[in-house]
Design a protein around this ligand. Structure first.
Ligand SMILES: Cc1cc2nc3c(=O)[nH]c(=O)nc-3n(C[C@H](O)[C@H](O)[C@H](O)COP(=O)(O)O)c2cc1C
Length: 455
């Protein structure tokens, strides 16, 4: 049996995600990110192609570390301007029936009481197709503008995240019984008050004494995704995540990371396969390998060194503008995300990277691989990555819009179908959790650690 691959599209409500400068490409129409028709067309196309979900990244501050201010991020459209990804979901849900929507939201700057209601609302309206990419945030600019002054320390942000998820679990799963809304017109009872209870949460960061506002939605808990790569981040994933999002330059580098994620889940009392692991990748494809290589060379002409450095320096929290781009990169410790600096330091044990090499590497595919070739070549690579690293699938980023996803759908999807790793087009509604686990069960799995939480 070939290994089934899950595909997500990795998007954001902005003219720029992980590729840098490619909005300048003559065939790029990222300016259309502001129109609903861009999103509804994309959602329909992805659904028809058999994607599980569209995965929406987000940040709550300008990536203003590089060159000590916002100018370079603004100039290069590096994740700014950016809109609220939650606002895209209803429109895309209205034109699809089985595509999921995984939305990034930070535990540091939202309140679990209101956030749980937003996601329950979208889960109702989409028929259970919502996921949440749980992030802790790493930008001082977000902390400054959201009234925190300074960010909490790296590991404490995860402590706060643990409590946030305790509160949302109580709200989504424990406050209302499934049949609480009896809607009995004869007795004049809409909700049976006996079947709704206050959650009585009193913790270090949050106080939520009362009952949830929304009634149970098809999945109750949205599918929980997470992408932290520090050891504290991985512990957090083991306790909470059903999908983990990883990135690496080679599958051999990812293999031990994926094994760790699964072992940590096991140590938390879960099945190893209860966590779906997806790697970020960018695909450049065409009719032949030669055509794809020419497309890649053309894309590289529009790459922007400054934009790549904005994306590198933001998460690391260190301004690398004054560093010589041609000296080897050594480990940079910071209170920000620890991943970028260490990532490139350890990405390839046989190689030391310079900043310029990092920028060149990141410009098209960010910190994941850029896979270039015909449909068959790309399918070979995706299967190899999945096999070597024990992956369940990929979050596929774009280089240009809408060309990258159009090309994947045209050249790679038919090849994956032919090989039996992507199912034939299916019809009928399904929840995102059913798409991910394929077992017809929309509820949070019985071995999920959240079930240890009690009122
Ligand atoms: C592939 C990938 C995608 C991410 N996407 C986002 C994002 O959209 N928004 C965000 O604020 N953080 C994002 N992050 C950052 C992580 O969620 C996390 O907050 C960060 O990596 C710091 O945690 P760590 O030190 O445990 O890695 C992403 C990280 C990775 C590895």
């Amino acid at each position: 049996m070939p290994r089934r691959l899950h595909l997500n599209a990795f998007e954001n409500f902005s003219p720029g995600n992980i590729a840098s400068g490619l909005w300048q490409h003559p065939q790029d129409d990222s300016r259309a990110y502001r129109s609903l028709t861009y999103w509804t067309r994309l959602a329909r196309d992805l659904e028809a192609a058999g994607f599980d979900a569209i995965f929406l990244a987000d940040v709550l501050g300008v990536l203003d570390v590089y060159k000590g201010g916002p100018d370079e991020a603004l100039r290069t459209a590096s994740q700014v301007p950016i809109g609220d990804p939650l606002t895209l979901v209803s429109a895309m849900a209205a034109v699809t029936e089985r595509l999921g929507f995984a939305v990034t939201s930070s535990v540091s700057y939202t309140h679990p009481y209101t956030f749980a209601r937003s996601l329950a609302s979208l889960d109702h309206l989409s028929g259970g197709r919502v996921g949440w990419n749980i992030v802790t945030s790493y930008l001082d600019s977000a902390a400054r503008n959201l009234g925190r002054g300074e960010q909490l320390a790296h590991d404490e942000r995860y402590d706060l995240g643990d409590e946030f998820l305790e509160v949302t679990h109580k709200l989504w799963e424990l406050s209302w019984d499934a049949d609480a809304a009896v809607v009995d017109k004869e007795r004049g009872v809409y909700v049976d008050p006996e079947l709704v209870r206050p959650i009585g949460h009193e913790g270090r960061y949050f106080s939520v004494p009362d009952e949830f506002l929304a009634e149970p939605s098809p999945q109750r808990t949205p599918v929980l995704f997470q992408a932290g790569s520090s050891s504290r981040g991985q512990r957090f994933a083991a306790e909470h995540a059903e999908g983990v999002f990883v990135h690496g330059t080679r599958p051999e580098v990812l293999a031990p990371i994926v094994a760790n994620v699964r072992s940590a889940a096991e140590a938390a009392g879960r099945a190893r396969e209860s966590v779906r692991v997806l790697a970020v990748a960018t695909i450049v494809t065409g009719e032949t390998d030669e055509i794809a290589r020419a497309k890649f060379a053309d894309l590289q002409r529009y790459a922007d060194y400054g934009g790549a450095m904005v994306q590198f320096a933001g998460p690391v929290g260190v301004d690398v503008a004054d560093l010589d781009p041609d000296i080897p990169l050594t480990d940079i410790a910071s209170n920000g995300a620890q991943f970028s600096a260490k990532f490139f330091a350890s990405a390839d044990p046989d190689r030391t990277w310079t900043l310029r090499e990092v920028a060149e590497y990141m410009a098209v595919g960010g910190m994941g691989p850029t896979i270039v070739g015909s449909g068959a070549t790309v399918a070979d690579e995706l299967e190899r990555w999945a096999e070597v690293a024990d992956l369940d699938g990929f979050n596929l980023a774009y280089a240009v819009r809408p060309g990258t996803f159009d090309d994947i759908i045209r050249y790679v999807v038919p090849e994956l179908r032919r090989r039996g790793v992507l199912p034939e087009r299916e019809h009928g509604a399904r929840t995102l959790r059913e798409a991910l686990f394929g077992d017809g069960e929309p509820a949070l799995k019985a071995d999920h650690p959240h079930w240890r939480i009690a009122l």
